[in-house]
Ligand binder design. Structure first.
Ligand code: MN
Length: 215
């Protein structure tokens, strides 16, 4: 009897109406590659839950509402960010930004970049410490909401790029390699107004394997 009930339940959950709805829901909330408390004390469980579960979810939901019926209906996320404006650009940019942001962390992170990325950082800034200092300064001096990025051009040359609000280096034909969220929602519960302290702590959880692969 229980088996029969279960199969009926499965039949209902696989009905065509649900499938159709899933086709429309194109963009999905990215899954975190760690537990919500795994990045403590650098980023608290509460901040991760709000930032990923509420803020990013809202950008995903907004994008799914805005895109159907526009020229971007069958476009990839990066292409939307490069070619849109207004609400679609803001929400697509923030989905792309946060997908890169949340996947670059690990509870076993920290240390230093290696290989080609380390060489490129050293040739551009002299040392990893010097790069970190300039990156933190770019984030601290960013006025209002935005992001600071390490980005590469087509020749592999690196630069530190500040982007306002939800923008991303792909709008400048650059590839984002590492991104720090400088919106207050990313740190305010844990660090209040101490933005510089928050940026300095983030190095402890950077997964340089992930970041190195992006380079
Ligand atoms: Mn954010």
């Amino acid at each position: 009897m229980l088996n029969l009930l279960l199969s009926m339940l499965l039949l209902f959950t696989n009905n065509p109406i649900t499938d159709k709805k899933e086709n429309v829901m194109k963009f999905e909330l990215i899954k975190l590659p760690y537990a919500t408390n795994a990045l403590e004390p650098v980023i608290s469980k509460q901040t991760i839950e709000l930032h990923h579960g509420k803020h990013l979810q809202t950008y995903v939901d907004n994008l799914n509402k805005l895109v159907p019926g526009t020229q971007f209906e069958n476009s990839e996320l990066v292409s939307i960010v490069k070619n849109s404006d207004g609400g679609i650009f803001n929400n697509a940019g923030q989905v792309l930004n946060h997908n890169l942001y949340f996947t670059q962390f690990s509870p076993n992170g920290g240390g230093q970049p290696t290989g080609r990325l380390a060489e490129a950082i050293n040739s551009q800034w002299g040392s990893f410490d010097n790069f970190k200092k300039e990156f933190e300064e770019a984030g601290t001096s960013l006025f209002g909401s935005g992001w600071v990025w390490l980005a590469k051009d087509n020749n592999g040359k690196l630069s530190i790029i500040k982007e306002a609000n939800g923008s991303n280096p792909v709008t400048k034909d650059l590839t984002p390699v590492l991104g720090f969220d400088v919106w207050e929602h990313s740190y305010y519960l844990d660090y209040q107004n101490r933005k510089a302290d928050h940026l300095k702590e983030l190095w402890k959880i950077i997964d340089w394997n992930v970041v190195g692969e992006r380079y």
